[in-house]
Design a protein around this ligand. Sequence first.
Ligand SMILES: NC(=O)c1ccc[n+]([C@@H]2O[C@H](COP(=O)([O-])OP(=O)(O)OC[C@H]3O[C@@H](n4cnc5c(N)ncnc54)[C@H](OP(=O)(O)O)[C@@H]3O)[C@@H](O)[C@H]2O)c1
Length: 287
Amino acid sequence: MQHTRIVVTHYGGPDTIQVVEEECPGPKRGELRVRMLAAGVSLPDVLAREGVHPETPRVPYTPGWDLVGVVDQIGEGASGFELGQTVAAMPISGCYAQYVCLPQRKFIPVPAGLDPAEAVAVVLNYITAYQMLHRSAKAKPGQRVLIHGASGGVGTAFLQLGRLAGVEMYGTCSAQAAEVVKELGATPIDYRSSDFVQEIHRLTGEGMDAVFDGIGGDNLWRSREALRDGGRVVVYGFQAKLRGGRMASGTPNGRHAIRESAILGWYILRNRFLPGRKGMVPYSISG
Ligand SMILES: NC(=O)c1ccc[n+]([C@@H]2O[C@H](COP(=O)([O-])OP(=O)(O)OC[C@H]3O[C@@H](n4cnc5c(N)ncnc54)[C@H](OP(=O)(O)O)[C@@H]3O)[C@@H](O)[C@H]2O)c1
């Protein structure tokens, strides 16, 4: 049986994406094969394609962080799942394919009756938001938090979870997204037409308990300025590396993952020597 899979052949723009028809993989011992119902599409896919994401796979690779699918073959020795059962997984790459084989331990069951496209959104975006809020920031009701990119995939997940946690939320977004951010319970701050540090201090006086920064680069220092003494910036992305979906700096295409992690390490180290007892902690869903 043939299946279709997307392959990134080298690092760079959308022209690096190819569609291949090939023999459908069979599950090895301990693996399940799933037929794809929905694969998450996210900004980390673009960052990996450009070679700047810390988890960038080596080329050639198939993109796609997370999936919801139906178990269609069970490899020898695998148990605990049934044929036809709906499952989810987050292998970090490989989900832009009609069929995927993964070790059984990578799967969790998905409750019956959920829309696969809605269920898959929970995997990368909501886990990221949940862990940052509760593990990285240990947010308590009444604390003040700022989330950058509040209208995006992780941002909107964060606002829904932050509302449940009872935190006071502020979110940077463009003007056209302000209404969505407001509806989800945060005070929108237009990052294009205003200075978010000034806005935060104007609105709150002393500043934030935590800022969640998926923008990276010099934005991290600005996020630090928006903190009160003793607050922390949770660093979780490198969006500033892109402009219009392409590498902003014009750096030659390649796998820059190690360099990006080293730059982040330098920011975190430098933060330790600055006054104000302000923390800068990295977050990655993969550990
Ligand atoms: N560490 C992890 O484990 C992990 C996991 C998942 C995602 N991430 C990271 O999370 C970040 C967001 O990913 P996503 O999938 O949520 O992206 P997304 O859906 O594309 O959302 C990003 C949002 O950021 C906004 N934005 C762009 N530039 C901004 C700026 N300078 N200041 C404030 N907001 C800005 C955009 O809003 P407008 O269009 O309105 O301008 C957009 O809505 C990425 O850096 C990604 O790599 C990290």
